[in-house]
Design a protein around this ligand. Structure first.
Ligand SMILES: NC(=O)c1ccc[n+]([C@@H]2O[C@H](COP(=O)([O-])OP(=O)(O)OC[C@H]3O[C@@H](n4cnc5c(N)ncnc54)[C@H](OP(=O)(O)O)[C@@H]3O)[C@@H](O)[C@H]2O)c1
Length: 246
């Protein structure tokens, strides 16, 4: 699938940036589309695009706030014009802990947006296409250790349920959905921020379950789920990264 086109939402930093880079460096994707939200951080998306291009792949940076239906439609129109098709969709963009987030924001970005994007992107996808929904064990198992995370967990759970409810419709078009759920990602800014709010909990989790996954390990599993393998094999419905002991 050397010509495959894969869109990574929230691909400008963190896990999404690593997914975009790995997709290019592994060589099984022709074009990596890097979506992000904040125009002031466009330089981060451009840095990811440079990594993709350094690996000899084509990069497109498409800024769009995915909670905005018009911006989402505009992004897909630009993608169709530039790339003509979509083979893989990584639903990675996430939020709800931002200082400016209002009460309903977590649900809009983590549940409403991925569902709207899947519905709008499906006509661009071909049989054999893959969708990876990125979530956390805290959301997937509904067992979060920090109350600050509760609205995010509930919204990501709602997003996962709504997407799984579409599995049959996706399968009818030959598109498979994989939910990729991760334990706390030890080197992520969010994990380090939560550790500052509740000092010692990262170490306590390590003591209980062993080494925690890092960004590269999580991103590798997400990239695996997003690339059609060309042999027609059905990917797993759920992939876990890190310990599932909650
Ligand atoms: N960090 C962890 O410990 C952990 C554990 C398990 C699962 N996960 C999951 O992994 C995924 C990535 O997490 P992360 O920690 O890497 O996130 P992050 O560092 O906060 O990055 C978020 C990305 O999403 C983009 N984004 C945010 N709001 C958006 C919007 N409305 N529209 C479009 N893009 C938007 C951001 O772009 P801008 O910078 O331009 O706003 C950025 O590229 C999430 O689904 C998260 O739930 C994380």
């Amino acid at each position: 699938m050397g010509e495959a086109v894969v869109l990574v939402t929230g691909g400008s930093r963190g896990v999404g940036a690593e997914v975009a880079g790995l997709l290019a460096e592994r060589g099984d994707v022709g074009t990596v589309v890097v979506n992000h939200r904040d125009g002031n951080k466009a330089w981060m998306a451009r840095a990811v695009a440079a990594r993709v291009e350094a690996a000899g792949r084509r990069a497109l940076v498409l800024r769009a706030d995915l909670t905005d239906p018009d911006e989402t439609r505009g992004m897909l129109a630009d993608l169709e014009e530039s790339a003509g098709r979509l083979d893989g969709l990584v639903l990675n963009a996430s939020g709800g802990l931002e200082r400016w987030a209002d009460e309903g924001y977590a649900m809009r970005i983590n549940a409403d947006s991925p569902v709207r994007l899947v519905d709008a992107a499906l006509p661009l996808m071909r049989p054999g296409g893959r969708i990876a929904f990125v979530t956390s064990h805290w959301a997937h198992f509904e067992r979060y250790e920090s109350p600050v995370y509760a609205p995010v967990a509930r919204s990501k759970q709602a997003g996962e349920a709504a997407l799984r409810a579409r599995s049959a419709r996706l399968a009818a078009r030959g598109v498979a959905l994989t939910v990729v759920s991760g334990d706390v990602i030890a080197d992520s800014p969010i994990a380090l921020m939560l550790d500052r709010l509740n000092p010692g909990w990262l170490a306590a989790r390590r003591d209980r379950v062993g080494p925690l996954p890092d960004t590269r390990a999580f991103a590798g599993a997400i990239a695996d789920a997003a690339v059609p393998d060309g042999r027609g094999a059905r990917p797993p419905a759920t992939v876990y990264v890190g310990s599932t002991r909650m």
